[in-house]
Design a protein around this ligand. Structure first.
Ligand code: KG4
Ligand code: ZN
Length: 334
């Protein structure tokens, strides 16, 4: 069969990224231009700045991606783009750019959900085998998804309030760590011990999770200690928080493994870059003799390679988008 080369575009947050993905599994070329340093000055992503920077940089990112691949637009079979969820202004830059390329070069257009992208990043490592349990952990989502086939997402549980990534970012802020918070808390936690007593969320048999109580208890603890003039042992607090947060993800994943008797598990989303979570999921899947797949760090955080991987099943089914494709900030996948 002839190879399928998809040019994929991701601009949903603060990374301008373009990739060429072959047959949904091979990353031929990937460029990720992060705006992290700019947003770090403001303590978080500033949407207006993000969309401007995407607009300024996207043609350069395309040029670099094509140059690295030694391919031309005529070698490309389709254009894929993240249309949701994300920052509207940022998504719009990618969507309009993708539509323009599709129109000018007469290629089909494929609309990809960002979360499907995080899940399909796993195909770049090892083709996913169904049925599987997906633990989706990002800045906006914390969900347990059962997948019986390509693009069949069954939501079996998840957070009732904050996402785990959001909680990491908030804890980073109260610990005085710079944006992006998650990786900094991860690093700091590895230097500490679990010495602070924190509430254990959702200690029950449901697939529900919660992170807002844990977040509030850390904010309160830091304020109370400051009022008493006590020093916070930041490394220990980061470690205590991380162990409680990850323990909840592992406990709920274990319940799902037992109930659905899955033989495959994947982890997806930005928080899957977390070192401690990666260790704990490995222990869990070893315990139940389950195949585990977690993308390498480059494919965990936002990137266009995952969008190309997620576009491939849609290409094979001929599910193409029209030229009136619009970006939306929230479109649920499951
Ligand atoms: O998936 P993602 O890149 O963006 C969304 O689609 O939300 O996830 C971003 C989230 C942020 O909250 C970030 O702090 C978190 O992933 N994150 C981490 C790590 N790397 C990124 N959280 C914990 N440990 C990490 N190493
Ligand atoms: Zn993401």
């Amino acid at each position: 069969m002839k190879d399928v080369n998809i040019l994929a575009i991701e601009t949903s947050c603060d990374e301008t990224s373009i990739a060429i993905i072959r047959n949904g599994v091979e990353c031929v070329s990937l460029t990720v231009l992060t705006q992290m340093d700019t947003h770090a000055m403001y303590g978080g992503v500033v949407p207006e700045i993000a969309s401007r920077m995407h607009a300024e940089n996207i043609t350069m990112v395309l040029e670099e991606t094509l140059n690295k691949s030694k391919m031309k637009m005529s070698d490309i079979d389709a254009i894929a783009v993240t249309y949701s969820p994300g920052l509207l202004g940022s998504l719009l830059v990618g969507v309009e750019f993708a539509k323009t390329l599709a129109l000018v070069y007469d290629k089909p257009l494929i609309a990809v959900n960002h979360l499907a992208g995080h899940i399909y990043a796993n195909n770049l490592e090892k083709k996913m085998e169904f049925p599987l349990l997906a633990l989706v952990v990002s800045g906006g989502h914390t969900d347990l998804i059962l997948m019986k086939d390509d693009y069949k997402f069954e939501h079996i549980g998840g957070t009732l309030d904050d996402a785990v990534g959001e909680c990491y970012d908030k804890v980073a802020r109260v610990l005085g760590l710079k944006y992006p918070g998650g990786p900094n808390v991860d690093r700091m936690a590895s230097l500490g011990k679990h010495t602070y007593e924190l509430p254990i969320p959702m200690n029950d048999d449901s697939f529900n999770m919660s992170f807002s109580g844990l977040k509030s208890s850390i904010i309160n603890l830091v304020h109370n200690e400051a009022q008493r003039g006590h020093e916070i042992r930041k490394e220990d607090l980061a470690c205590s928080f991380q162990e409680v947060a990850v323990d909840q993800l592992i406990r709920k994943s274990e319940l799902a493994i037992k109930k659905y008797k899955v033989k495959n598990m994947i982890v997806a989303g930005g928080v899957s870059a977390n070192k401690y979570l990666r260790e704990k999921v490995k222990e869990l899947t070893d315990k139940y003799n389950i195949n585990l797949s977690i993308p390498r760090i480059l494919y965990c955080t936002d990137n266009a390679a995952m969008i190309g991987a997620a576009a491939y099943p849609l290409y094979m089914r001929g599910e193409f988008a029209d030229m009136d494709l619009n970006a939306t900030s929230r479109d649920e996948l499951y």
